[in-house]
Ligand binder design. Structure first.
Ligand code: ZN
Length: 315
């Protein structure tokens, strides 16, 4: 039985489109183009490591492998989720991800990637690309090869606090000046449709995957309808943005104190604003913006106190 929250050290990834905004979370980022903070990751490209308690030094992947009881003995050959914070200092390439069936066959048993975004902050006038206007696969393919980007891509203005569900097969891109918290399936499989003809320092463009993109894109684009549910518990307001087969995601807004009961296989909690503490029996675990902690299966009843916002995800 483990009654401690597990705090994880974030991992930083340099990206050509990255910037320095992740400093606003209190992070000591390694470069001036740090695009991603991997908060909860058991992916081979970067594993989160526990920083406190009896599991200090263990990776999330090791805990999933050898201490499955922490996750309520949830099933699966790998930890199913990946949580990131992204700082888009420039437009990201336009991309699409495969579903599980396609990725399994074409990407060496990788998972597909359904993801979702909470807009933590953004510049005035910021936009994302979400979906497209082609009516058939043939039309999609020809609009891509003929570079008809303005007609093809659907742009959507965004503001702080917006939420987007991005199922596999959705053409998407995060625009310049946007910071998101992303919850996704544990996969790194991306097909790049368009990269704005950008060249790197050596004059090279990044590879595009037009054939795969056309194969996996949902045509015509379909925007899923979903109900947002809000419930209050003491001084905590919990907004459920999405419940899908891969994950559920909530925002917790805390202004005071709230008694809660952890009844899920596990909860992944990312602090995006303010600070507070978790009180469990006689122990107090403080947290602040930029912290990421997991509440394990047996955690049970606890009190949250403080003034804070968290994005919480679970299976
Ligand atoms: Zn994506």
């Amino acid at each position: 039985m483990n009654f401690e929250p597990l705090f994880f050290n974030p991992i930083f990834m340099d990206r050509i489109w990255g910037g320095t905004e992740l400093r606003s979370f209190g992070y000591d980022i390694p470069t001036e183009t740090t695009g991603e903070c991997w908060a909860f990751s058991a992916h081979p490209n970067g594993q989160s490591v526990v920083k406190n308690g009896q599991f200090a030094g263990k990776t999330l992947g090791e805990l999933w492998e050898y201490n499955r009881e922490l996750f309520g003995n949830a099933e699966g050959d790998r930890f199913p989720l990946l949580t990131k914070i992204l700082d888009a200092n420039q437009d990201l390439s336009v991309q699409v991800h495969p579903n599980d069936e396609y990725a399994k066959v074409h990407e060496n048993g990788e998972l597909g990637k359904t993801e979702c975004w909470y807009i933590v902050d953004c510049k005035e006038g910021a936009e994302i690309i979400f979906g497209h206007h082609a009516q058939t696969k043939e039309e999609l393919a020809s609009m891509i090869t003929e570079n008809k980007w303005t007609e093809l891509l659907n742009k959507v203005p965004v503001k702080k606090g917006d939420f987007f569900f991005v199922p596999s097969g959705t053409i998407h891109a995060i625009g310049e000046g946007i910071i998101i918290l992303e919850t996704q399936q544990n996969s790194d499989t991306t097909y790049r449709v368009y990269d704005y003809d950008r060249k790197d320092a050596n004059g090279n463009t990044r590879e595009l995957h037009v054939e795969q993109s056309v194969a996996v894109t949902t045509v015509p684009h379909k925007a899923d309808e979903y109900d947002v549910k809000v419930k209050t518990n003491g001084d905590l307001t919990a907004t459920t943005f999405i419940e899908c087969p891969y994950f559920s995601v909530e925002k917790w807004e805390l202004q005071g104190s709230s008694i809660n009961n952890q009844t899920k296989p596990f909860l992944l909690c990312s602090v995006i604003e303010g600070e507070g503490s978790i009180k469990k029996d006689s122990a107090v675990y403080p947290f602040k913006k930029g912290d990421h902690f997991l509440l394990p299966s047996d955690f049970g009843s606890f009190e949250l106190e403080g003034s804070s916002e968290l994005i919480v995800s679970y299976l």
